[in-house]
Design a binder for this molecule. Sequence first.
Ligand code: ADP
Ligand code: MG
Length: 270
Amino acid sequence: MSDVKTPLLEVRDLRVGFGRRGLRRSREFVAVDGVSLTVGHEETVGLVGESGSGKTTLARAVVGLVKPGSGAVLLDGQRLGPAGRRPAALQRAVQMVFQDPRSSLNPRMSVAAIVNEVWRTHPSSAPAGDRTTALHRLLDDVGLDPSVAGHRAGELSGGQCQRVSIARALAVRPRLLVCDEAVSALDVSVQAQVLRLLADLRRRHRLSILFISHDLGVVHQIADRIAVMRRGVFVEEGPATEVLGSPRHEYTRSLLDAALELNTGEGIEA
Ligand SMILES: Nc1ncnc2c1ncn2[C@@H]1O[C@H](COP(=O)(O)OP(=O)(O)O)[C@@H](O)[C@H]1O
Ligand SMILES: [Mg+2]
């Protein structure tokens, strides 16, 4: 997938700092320090880096949950402000899937209620016809049986919960999914299933995906391009085959070694 002229998402020289209590503003902690990134139409970009490198902060800036100190986030060339001030269509266009489905879904709510709530909040994306049919279609889309609709989130397995989270995101017909450690809490075999589902959904729904993980072995399975983040900056960025095949930065090599150790047998072709 090359030569996409206007990227779907463009992050331009983004800087996000956090004030530290008791410190002067000039001593604020900079979690994202001038990062630029694009995600093309129907492209999956992997963002990798060890814990604390600023990945989640970048993701939160993209979805509008944290205010950047400077820089810009653009969708199809349109500037995205904070979530609360985004026009509804832009708010729907960018959806996030979080790491821990057990804390991002209310365990006492049924799957049907979870999805219906989304449609209540975003009436313009609610199905025109029968909601039950639409709900079943949505569940089918993420590989869940229609009977799951009546289950409470708390009764589901981790993998099923994550599929529900993905269905909830898809319910508003987004254009970009931001998946922040979306498979990190799952067993390896379930991880692979959810990764296959995401790849499949991208194709069927023509989605773009910003896929964030501390695990290069996981990013390897899904990303077309990879950006490697360390202490708030990108140390390396390029096509997945290049970043994995001939990493230029020592830090990428160390992440690759760590992933190889965890995936012995599975093998990342280097
Ligand atoms: N709300 C916040 N207030 C202060 N510091 C924060 C906040 N959120 C994140 N940080 C700090 O920013 C750095 C990057 O965090 P994060 O973006 O969560 O990294 P990652 O997702 O790569 O693990 C960390 O040092 C973290 O402690
Ligand atoms: Mg994180």
